[in-house]
Design a protein around this ligand. Sequence first.
Ligand SMILES: Cc1ncc(C[n+]2csc(CCOP(=O)(O)OP(=O)(O)O)c2C)c(N)n1
Ligand code: SF4
Ligand SMILES: [Mg+2]
Length: 288
Amino acid sequence: MITLKDLTAPQKVTWCSGCGNFGILSSLKKALVSLEIPHHEILLVSGIGCSGKLPHYINVNSIHTLHGRAIPVATGAHLVNQDLKVIVHAGDGDMLGEGLGHMLHAARRNVNIAVFVHNNGVMGLTKGQYSPLSPRGYISVTSPPPPGVPMEPVSYLAMAIASGATFVARAFSGKTKHLVEIMSKAIQHKGFAIVDILQPCVTWNRQLTWDYYNDKVYLIEDEYEPSDKIAAIEKVMESNERIPLGVFFQAEKPDLASGLSIPIDGKLKDHQTSLSRLQDIIDRFVLE
Ligand SMILES: Cc1ncc(C[n+]2csc(CCOP(=O)(O)OP(=O)(O)O)c2C)c(N)n1
Ligand code: SF4
Ligand SMILES: [Mg+2]
């Protein structure tokens, strides 16, 4: 079984000092160790952004793919080898700008992957443009005053619940014990799991700071029951005065792989590919 030492990667970490991504990285490592998943059964898939660099800093199999396209890559990897625990790391710009359509369809399909959204409310890597999660009025290079960002952020957890996601949660990179718990549950969940991880960007986002979150976050009450879709949507859309952390919604439902009619019994990757059959197929599409 893996240890924290096995997960240590040689690459120099280039995140800014004080960035919330550090708490996400250390929590992911702890979650993977505590779940005792064999090393070769873990696959991280990331998009482009400061968040997308996370797989460079942890020694596991990974694919650093295109901005907005981590979910299709993760879906393909999961379908060809269902022994893998496929985990996506993406920024709010990546997942909820160019990637939003993929996220909603993966939720609808209940693809058995865990998606961790690094929510810093800004496009960090590209130097501070506003993102789909920047608050109304947020001032940035692309949203100058007045009025700053002239619209509300995307209510993507509510959209994920409405679309069919079967595990929907929020955590904060400043509360790592809780974050490890939530990440572990998301990774273990069979179906589409998505976690909003509040992550201060100390370089560009001067509004959503460590103090801002420390002041507002609270753990969802013990008596909250995460099986009611409508109650879950109301909970995730609670006012910005207090920000709930925890599991909003959880359900059991057939995942994409178990509902497909093609025989992907286990591992499509082990099926023999006949090159001559492949050539026949290509030939059918070649125009004379
Ligand atoms: C297809 C494509 N579109 C746009 C970009 C430019 N780009 C790279 S990172 C990024 C924004 C990253 O913001 P976010 O996803 O929030 O990640 P963060 O850096 O904040 O972690 C953009 C727009 C790109 N590399 N590829
Ligand atoms: S720019 Fe922001 S998100 Fe990127 S590493 Fe620096 S603090 Fe973190
Ligand atoms: Mg971002």
